[in-house]
Design a protein around this ligand. Structure first.
Ligand code: ATP
Length: 240
């Protein structure tokens, strides 16, 4: 468990946003502290992807603010946020028409070339399956391998905050377990993570949990506190 005394890496507050005239987020906010992994739980359509896109700058905040310590980045473009230490893995995660090596270079485009070379070798050591096939097209990889490449690509810039949208999407339970194991290793290395998920297996990684319902944060606390709340327990863990 990460101490509450850790400095804050990112805080989104009072976020309102949506598509066209359709409002999806109604004052949602959350924060991530250094070395902490935060899981954002919510059903399909709750607004998790939208909130993450506002945090990384792929969608505008109609209202509210995003702070990436020490800056207010609300009006910053995505690339500037990435240069300051954010990284983002979308549900798709990779460029299928590029090779494994090229995907990592895209992921690390904002860091210095020599640092990227070292970082890529570190990542290939973490992901040996990818190291053996550096020139292979990402599109030729299995779903599980693509997800590993998606994580490696997002990590290529040595971020201080990794933002992930449903890393379990499209994966069998076996691969979901492998993704969680890899993320545990990065968590141990001190990386701060924000993971949007509806798969409660990811709670294994969570120092703190937020739940999102109808574009609003309903709960913030530990996994133990989430489990202790009857209605949330029913909503997220079923009746069993
Ligand atoms: P999921 O797990 O299905 O991705 P989510 O919690 O990430 O769900 P969002 O993808 O943020 O939810 O979607 C929130 C709401 O916004 C949904 O009602 C969805 O239909 C709507 N929405 C998402 N993308 C668009 C879009 N490009 N244009 C219009 N409405 C959209």
């Amino acid at each position: 468990m990460v101490s509450t005394m850790q400095p804050q890496v990112m805080r989104a507050a009072g976020i309102e946003s949506g598509y066209g005239r359709v409002q999806v987020l109604w004052g949602a906010g959350l924060d991530v502290r250094a070395k902490e992994s935060v899981v954002l739980l919510g059903a399909n359509g709750a607004g998790k992807s939208t909130l993450l896109k506002v945090i990384v700058g792929l969608m505008p905040a109609w209202k509210g603010s995003v702070q990436l310590d020490p800056d207010d980045v609300t009006s910053w473009r995505t690339d500037k946020r990435f240069r300051r230490g954010m990284a983002y893995m979308s549900e798709i995660g990779v460029f299928t028409g590029l090779s494994i090596d090229e995907n990592l270079r895209v992921g690390g485009q904002f860091i210095e070339k020599a640092a990227l070379r070292i970082r890529m070798e570190e990542l290939y050591a973490y992901f040996p399956d990818l190291a053996h096939r550096r020139g292979a097209l990402a599109g030729s990889l299995s779903g599980g391998q693509r997800k590993m490449l998606g994580m490696a690509k997002a990590l290529a810039s040595s971020p201080r905050l990794l933002v992930m949208d449903e890393p379990s999407a499209g994966l069998s339970p076996l691969f979901v377990g492998q993704v969680i194991d890899v993320l545990k290793k990065f968590r141990e290395s001190g990386l701060a993570m924000l993971i949007a998920e509806q798969n409660i297996a990811f709670l294994d990684l969570a120092d703190r949990v937020f739940t999102l319902e109808g574009g609003r944060i309903r709960f913030e606390g530990s996994v133990t506190e989430l489990e202790a709340d009857d209605s949330l327990h029913k909503a997220y863990f079923g009746l069993a």
